[in-house]
Design a protein around this ligand. Structure first.
Ligand code: S6P
Ligand code: ZN
Length: 187
């Protein structure tokens, strides 16, 4: 039986990207994103050359259970693999559940894919992004500083990463001379 949660206030430390009181802390290195970048040779070279930290997720101590509302801060480091920007793995919710993101620091955005259509929502400057049920979501650091955002989601959402590995996200986010662009990918 799960322990009943109690009300609490949390501090979001924007300088460190940590939530306090703290729940699970997850680190994703580049090798955790195998199969997601277009240039596999550049990917393996970067993994062999130090396997850089790509993102960290600092979660509040809220269980991922029906009725609960977990929240976390994700920090994506600046960087790219042969021009394709550092990003989260991306997932679909296994249940018909949405989610809300709010940009907190740095520059970045949300890539969304419903299996046919791709959408981009910029989360820079404190923007809020709404992820409807049925849309896969991935975040991307489009700047040269750490990009941080708050995520708030239903505890029963569930996370399916395999489907993103198999089907992609409909587009890749790639560095250009002036910034970045979305390059469409046939799914
Ligand atoms: C959970 C929410 C976020 C992500 C986090 C890491 O529903 O969308 O907390 O888990 O940004 O991304 P990913 O794709 O590795 O779970
Ligand atoms: Zn999610």
């Amino acid at each position: 039986m799960s322990i009943p949660t109690t009300p609490f206030g949390a501090a979001l430390d924007i300088a460190s990207g940590l939530v306090s009181p703290e729940g699970p802390l997850q680190e994703r290195r580049l090798s955790d994103l195998r199969g997601l970048y277009a240039d596999e040779a550049a990917f393996e070279a970067a993994v062999a050359d130090g396997d850089p930290l790509v993102y960290t997720v600092s979660a509040a101590p809220v269980p991922e259970e029906a009725g609960e509302v977990p929240f976390s801060i994700t920090t994506i480091e600046p960087g790219d693999v042969a021009g394709e920007l550092f990003m989260t793995k991306g997932h679909w919710h296994t249940a018909h559940e949405g989610e809300i993101y709010e940009g907190k620091a740095g520059r970045g955005g949300l890539l969304l894919f419903d299996g046919a259509r791709t959408r981009w929502i910029d989360l820079s400057d404190g923007a809020v992004g709404y992820i409807p049920p049925g849309w896969a979501h991935r975040t991307v650091n489009t700047g040269d500083q750490p990009f941080r955002f708050l995520a708030v989601y239903p505890g029963a959402a569930g996370h399916d990463y395999e489907r993103v590995l198999e089907r992609g996200m409909g587009a890749r986010v790639v560095r250009t001379q002036d910034g970045f662009e979305l390059q469409e990918v046939a799914s």
